[in-house]
Structures are given as structure tokens and as C-alpha cells.
Design a protein around this ligand. Structure first.
Ligand code: HEC
Length: 509
């Protein structure tokens, strides 16, 4: 253990027992950790394994040195309400929408316990799920296993398993537990998000989104079972082609189960004596400017401590803070789109209605985040700021600013409805991307840009000159079908991974 990581432990361990400490302990167990506390190579660290259901029978048994496994967290439990009724209720009421979104956030933060050297750590549920990106390619691992087992089944005349059955078996299979040693490395926390890759060439380094995507177990299982449909999904399906059926709007795949969740994270390094992270104002004046100008203004640098942001420490001793996180749940057919961002003034505007319950996790760090949510293309609440006017005026005026901006930007019929708005200042930071609403852009994954005669890039969708093809800066409902089920990861992550796994195995559909 290095001197610096030793001194950091008490700081990070204070009260909260944040996940951060795990990295520091790993550093003590990993290569180079040669102090007395660290067991010699091969003998195993005194690590207890946990599963989602509690203590594993092997608890207390020595683990291979340098490996720290935490059971995969359980799946998300969807809201117990008919999805159509829920959709209608949330579309018509901002108060219901925000209340529901905070409840979902609470469920996704539920701590999974990890015990290490007699101390228990809280890992939020979402952080135990499958990472999608290339440094810690956990979904890709499952895809490879699935294709291999599908190929073996096809070669065996006696094998009568369906793809769904094989997908389920692959998910249950041991050997792909969450391995925080692979996850908590700087290369993972600093990789440029796909959305920032390529399209942002030339943008200042520090403005690129850095982090990774994660997917719930039920989401990954569905990706496996539907792998052929994902890989072969054409981006040329006409925007106005009717969907395959009333309950399936993707011509490529069956819709995801209601417990499916997608996550996207963005991190900043917060090392040093006086760490700072960039932050944005999101009050009414800022939102008016964002809707009008389209872009988030330049951020300011704000001081932060590890007690005030969800922080992790990597095995190489660096500390990263979670600046932003997107959650999309399939509670409704069109998904529920939630975004949190760290703020130096967390109790103002989009944080004014945050429930006190969030403070109970990870030593209270989640009280430093603000939230916006959208569940539909159109805003059918006639006065979405109304319920906040007396009690939370900052939130009311910020919501009204978004509503007024969207009202001004209506197009001629049929795109003359007021749309929703929700945008994360750290993730939708590209020029023009601030006036968007999540769902609008996500409808265009794996589709064709008819004006440019090529596939749609995400940043085509909010460009004013393309208003005919992407009305209302991409916020309006345009398509009658959604080939990729609203997941940009289909084209940006899974299609290539499935193809490669298939070619490696010499397997054809
Ligand atoms: C202008 C387009 C655009 C907007 C607006 C947008 N996204 Fe995305 N989103 C993307 C792209 C591109 C990706 C990259 C997929 C990847 O990295 O694999 C992505 C990834 C994601 C993911 C990871 C799963 C996936 O789709 O691959 C989630 C979750 C997500 N976005 C949620 C949101 C939320 C919530 C909002 C609104 C606050 C939002 N997005 C706004 C384009 C957009």
C-alpha cells in the first residue's frame, strides 16, 4: 500500500463507508502491495463474497489475490401499475412524473452490501450491473458465451434449447461475477463515451463525456435472446412504416421486458488537495438560455469533497466522482428517461423536490444531485410548473422556462404540440444538444437520414436545418416504428460485438 492511498483511507471511510475504499484496499492486495497487511500472492485476501441474496455459503473463504467479486445485483422491480395507465398518468402530470422518477432513483440506488476485512460497503444496485463498454466489456463477455453455446447447440442434433433458454442459462452461469478490480481502473473511468467519440473531434479534451454504460441483467438476457434481430437490424426501415403489431414497435426485436434498465455514467477525476468538478446553473434563466440558444453555457469549476459526490477510488489510487448519470427504465413502452447531475447548489431548482430518503445511501452523497425526467414526447400537463409554485418556486420557474421555450418552438402541424424537455448539462453538452428531451433523440437509433442519404447520427437530430426530418430539434414524435427500441447502444455497441463473436465462432444465423 502506498503512503498516499494509506492516508486516503480514513478520509474516504468517514461515516459513509463509500465504495471508494474498495479501490484502496484492492491497491493493498494487488500487485505491488507488499506490506504486512497484504497476504502474499496465491494465499488470497481475506475477502467475503456476497451474493444478491445475502451471504454466500463460501463467505469468509479466501479469494484469489487481487480479485474482488460482488454478486450481481438483482434486477429492477418495475412499478406495479399497468404500463399504459402509468404512461398516461405520467404524461399528464409533471408532479406524478417527478415523484415517480425519484422513486425509481431510490430503487436503483439501493445498496448491495459488500463486506471486506470486516467492514461493509454500499454499492448502489446500478453499479453491480453489466458494463457495456470496451475497457470492462461485461456485456460482450456474455454475448461471446451466448454465441459459443448457441453454436454448440446447433451442432448437436440432440440439443433442442431455444435461444431464450440458452440466453437464460448464460446469464445464470458462474464466472462472470462483477469484478470491481476490472471496473475500478482509471482506463475505465476515463474512456470517452461513444456519444462523445468521433462527433466531438476537435472539442476540448475536458469537455468530452467520460465513463461507461451499464445494463440490468434482464436487459442483457434480452440482448442475447434477440441477438440476431439486433445484428441484422436495418437502418433503412422507413420512418412511417407501420410497426409489426400493436404491442411491438420494433421491426427488428421483441420489446424489452419491463424490468430492463439502461444506465450511462460520466466521471471526473477529483484528486489533489482541493479537487474541483465542472458544474452548470440550471435555474430558470439558464434554462431559457439553453432552450433559445440550444447549448449549455460554459461550466464553472466548483470545489467538491468525497463526502459530497459518489466517489470511487481506483486500484491505481486515483479518485473519481460521478458527475452525471442517466437511468432509462422500461416501466412504460417508451421507457422512463431520468437524469441526475451533481450540483454545488443541490437544493435549488431541479433538486428542490428531492426526497430526504436519498440521503440514507452512501453516507448522503446522493443529496448533491439534481434531476430531470421525461416519459413522453409531448407535454400534456397544461401547467407542469403549477404544483411547485408555492413550495418550490425555483423548480417551478425552471420547469416553466422549459415549457415556454418548447411552446415557442412548435412547428406547423402535425408537429405543433408542446414537447417535453430534459437534458443533462454534462452529457448533452454538444452544440445545440441542450434543448432536447432524451426520448426524441433515442427514437432515431439505427435509422436513416434521408436528407444526407446515410445512417442517422445522433447529432443530426437537433440541427435546425433538418427540422423537416427531425422536427422540434428532434424532440417531437416522428417515427411510427423504433427499430432499436430506443437504445443507441444497438448500433454503437452490440451490433459489432455480436457480429465479431459470431465470426470468431464461424457461426451463421
Ligand atoms: C441527441 C441525442 C441524444 C440525446 C438528446 C440523449 N441521448 Fe442518450 N444516448 C445517445 C447516444 C448517441 C448514446 C450512446 C450509446 C452508447 O454509448 O452506446 C446514448 C446513450 C444513452 C444511454 C445508455 C444506453 C443506450 O442507449 O445505449 C442511456 C441510458 C441514455 N442515453 C439516456 C438518456 C437520457 C436520460 C437522456 C436525456 C437526459 C438522453 N439519453 C439524451 C444519444 C442521445
Amino acid at each position: 500500500m502506498s503512503a498516499s492511498s494509506r492516508t486516503r483511507i480514513p478520509l474516504l471511510a468517514a461515516l459513509a463507508a463509500p465504495l471508494a475504499l474498495i479501490g484502496a484496499l484492492l491497491a493493498s492486495c494487488g500487485p505491488g502491495g507488499t506490506t504486512a497487511e497484504a497476504p502474499p500472492a496465491g494465499e488470497g485476501a481475506p475477502v467475503q463474497f456476497l451474493t444478491a441474496n445475502g451471504l454466500n455459503p463460501q463467505a469468509g473463504e479466501a479469494s484469489p489475490l487481487g480479485r474482488l467479486l460482488i454478486g450481481r445485483g438483482k434486477d429492477y422491480t418495475p412499478i406495479a401499475e399497468d404500463p399504459k395507465a402509468l404512461f398516461d398518468r405520467l404524461e399528464a402530470s409533471m408532479a406524478d412524473r417527478r415523484k415517480t422518477a425519484w422513486t425509481i432513483v431510490e430503487a436503483l440506488l439501493e445498496p448491495q452490501k459488500l463486506t471486506l476485512e470486516g467492514k461493509t460497503y454500499e454499492v448502489p444496485l446500478w453499479h453491480t450491473w453489466y458494463e457495456g463498454m470496451s475497457v470492462n466489456p461485461e456485456v460482450d463477455q456474455k454475448i461471446k458465451l451466448f454465441i459459443a453455446q448457441l453454436a454448440a447447440c446447433k451442432a448437436d442434433a440432440a440439443c433442442k434449447k431455444t435461444r431464450a433458454e440458452i440466453a437464460h442459462e448464460v446469464m445464470e452461469q458462474a464466472g462472470t461475477d462483477k469484478n470491481m478490480v476490472r471496473s475500478l481502473v482509471s482506463a475505465n473511468l476515463t474512456q470517452v463515451l461513444k456519444q462523445s467519440e468521433g462527433f466531438d473531434r476537435g472539442a476540448p479534451e475536458e469537455e468530452l463525456g467520460r465513463g461507461f454504460t451499464l445494463f440490468s441483467p434482464s436487459f442483457v438476457e434480452h440482448v442475447l435472446a434477440q441477438a440476431q434481430g439486433i445484428e441484422t437490424c436495418s437502418n433503412k426501415i422507413p420512418w412511417n412504416q407501420p410497426p409489426p403489431s400493436a404491442s411491438q414497435f420494433s421491426p427488428c426485436v421483441d420489446e424489452f421486458p419491463r424490468n430492463a434498465v439502461m444506465v450511462k455514467t460520466s466521471w471526473d477525476e477529483i484528486d489533489g488537495a482541493a479537487p474541483k468538478v465542472s458544474a452548470h446553473a440550471t435555474d430558470a434563466a439558464a434554462i431559457t438560455a439553453v432552450l433559445k440558444g440550444g447549448s449549455w453555457p460554459k461550466p464553472t469549476l466548483e470545489p467538491v469533497t468525497t463526502n459530497g459526490i459518489y466517489a470511487v477510488q481506483t486500484t491505481d489510487g486515483k479518485v473519481y466522482g460521478l458527475k452525471s448519470i442517466h437511468f432509462s427504465t422500461k416501466d412504460t413502452r417508451e421507457w422512463i428517461w431520468i437524469s441526475l447531475w451533481w450540483s454545488p447548489k443541490p437544493d435549488e431548482d431541479f433538486g428542490q423536490d428531492r426526497p430526504a430518503a436519498l440521503a440514507k445511501f452512501n453516507g448522503g452523497v446522493w443529496s448533491h444531485y439534481k434531476m430531470c425526467v421525461t416519459t413522453a414526447f409531448n407535454e400534456t400537463d397544461p401547467k407542469p410548473w403549477g404544483p411547485y409554485e408555492s413550495g418550490q418556486p425555483g423548480l417551478a420557474s425552471a420547469i416553466k422556462a422549459a415549457y415556454d421555450g418548447a411552446t415557442e418552438q412548435r412547428n406547423p402541424a402535425p408537429y405543433d404540440k408542446v414537447t417535453t424537455w430534459c437534458s443533462n448539462p454534462n452529457l448533452e453538452h454538444h452544440t445545440g444538444n441542450g434543448r432536447t428531451n432524451c426520448i426524441g433523440c433515442h427514437q432515431y437509433s439505427v435509422t436513416w437520414n434521408e436528407l444526407k442519404n446515410r445512417e442517422t447520427y445522433f447529432n443530426d437530430t437537433y440541427t435546425a436545418s433538418m427540422a423537416a426530418e427531425y422536427p422540434q430539434y428532434g424532440r417531437a414524435l416522428r417515427r411510427t416504428n423504433f427499430p432499436a427500441e430506443f437504445a443507441w447502444s444497438f448500433g454503437m455497441e452490440f451490433q459489432d460485438q455480436i457480429k465479431e463473436a459470431r465470426e470468431d465462432q464461424g457461426f451463421n444465423w
